[in-house]
Design a protein around this ligand. Structure first.
Ligand code: SAM
Length: 226
């Protein structure tokens, strides 16, 4: 199954019954679609585009050690992991409640090769160089200690390993910036300071041997090699 089909499957997995969060992340409910368009200036095509970029570091038929942090409800990644039965996957999140939902999805999809762990990205409970791939979707704009998160995700990667994912970057779209500042930040979903596409490129290029950074509206997507 191609990556595009896997992502589309994530949309189908939630369908009309998706809860508010999953529906928004997968552009699959009426309210979710409205939020994507109004807040993020994204239609289904742009949603697919940013997710493909963010997940581009995971090869098809991947068999190595992968860490995802934060996994959240797992809505975007469980359909990908379903097609990686030989990979050794660890999913970590601060919120047990969010992760409970990811565990249910894994169980429903018959995925057996994932270890779920409650934890903090700023103090990852792993030895240095433990993983071949670290995936981080929509986490860095929420993490309170971003410097520690950059440090830790780098530390647990093996030399030559891949760090890929995405998160909100400011100045990508004015309306998005307004909503973040006036709604998402006061509600505690997002925590400043934020990167711009340029500052993220500069930061990751300074840390990693290779760093590919592109933004789709207000979402910065990256794929780096240590
Ligand atoms: C917007 S959600 C993203 C979830 C998922 N990756 C996605 O794209 O749907 C942000 C997640 O970050 C988690 N989180 C926030 N601070 C964290 C921390 N310090 N360590 C680990 N996870 C954290 C939250 O619990 C939440 O599940």
């Amino acid at each position: 199954m191609t990556r595009r089909e896997q992502i589309k499957n994530a949309y189908k997995m939630t369908g009309g019954q998706a809860n508010f969060y999953d529906g928004m992340m997968t552009y699959s409910t009426v309210l979710g679609k409205a939020i994507c368009r109004i807040v993020w200036n994204m239609d289904g095509k742009k949603n697919l585009q940013y997710l493909e970029k963010a997940l581009s570091g995971i090869p098809e038929n991947y068999v190595g050690k992968l860490l995802e942090v934060p996994v959240g409800t797992g809505v975007l990644t469980m359909p990908v992991y379903r097609d990686l039965p030989d990979a050794d996957i660890t999913c970590l999140d601060y919120s047990e409640k969010m992760m409970e939902s990811a565990e249910k999805k894994a169980e429903a999809a018959g995925i057996k090769n994932i270890t779920f762990l409650q934890g903090d990205v700023s103090a990852l409970p792993f030895d240095s160089g433990s993983f071949d791939i670290v995936v981080s979707l929509n986490g860095f704009h929420a993490f309170p200690d971003k410097e520690a998160a950059y440090r830790e995700t780098y530390r647990v990667l093996k030399p030559g390993g891949i760090f890929c994912g995405c998160f909100y970057v400011q100045v990508g779209h004015k309306r998005t910036d307004w909503f973040i500042r006036h709604l998402y930040e006061p509600a505690g979903f997002f925590t400043p300071p934020y990167e711009t596409e340029d500052s993220l490129r500069k930061r990751l290029s300074g840390m990693y041997r290779e760093a590919d950074v592109t933004a789709v509206e207000g979402i910065g997507c990256f794929c780096c090699r240590k």
